[in-house]
Design a protein around this ligand. Sequence first.
Ligand SMILES: N[C@@H](CCC[C@H](N)C(=O)O)C(=O)O
Length: 286
Amino acid sequence: MTTDFYKYHALGNDYIVIDPNIVNFNLSEKAIQLICDRNFGIGSDGILYGPIFTGDKIELRIFNPDGNEAEKSGNGIRIFSRYLVDAGYIKTKTFQLTTLGGEVAVEVLNPEATLFKVDMGTVTFESELIPVTGSPRQTVAIDLPVNDLTLKATCLSIGNPHCVIPGSEVSQELAVSLGAKIENHPLFPKRINVQFLQVLDRQNIQIEIWERGAGYTLASGSSSCAAASAAYKLGLVDDRVKVHMPGGEIDIEIVGDRVFMTGGVSAVAQGEFAKDFLSCLNLLID
Ligand SMILES: N[C@@H](CCC[C@H](N)C(=O)O)C(=O)O
């Protein structure tokens, strides 16, 4: 049996790894949608395409299940790091990866390679860099009109864009009812990932997530970084925060404007595309 794909999850946020050094696959938007489809495909919250070796860099491309490319993914980076170790590409404890959203530094924390710490890079609250439309400003506690509500949102980029909405309680229902409206709000020309945030105490927060291009997910690494950074900026938490999500927990450490994320990864399966599926995929490749 040949292996065409690998599947992993990080706290229930699942990704398929496709390695261009094994299968030379043209990932059209429609092919990505089909692979990620939970009924007609394998099913996942996204595709990690790599490693792509350019000079001494290891590049990772990240695709959302709607077929669009994302700049960064925290869970995706940890999962891809685990794949690099599993596949024998990486034998060191530390290494760098290049994403569209910038360089990240990874540390493998245990011999089984199930726990990773990632320097996710720097956070910015500047509207032009996220991007958020309107006059250049810091997007901290800005008004966000949605339906007949005016929410208070703190928006930021950690390579990919996020909108954090603090509240006294969070729930899946809240994320599902408002997520798509906020993701596609006219304030956000590149759309946005959305986190509903409840501060539990100065070291613990709970979030519910609506991901750009993916919808409701059980966990998200970059969302954890974003929610912790927003809560820190608003003075609601300390610089070390445990982020609780329906799928599990991620630890965040804020050092100046840099954010460090620690969390686990689990392997699920590896497999071969069936002939029927491959012919469907081939029809979708331009
Ligand atoms: N699940 C991810 C985020 C994936 C990308 C995101 N949907 C986007 O479009 O920016 C994570 O763990 O960070």
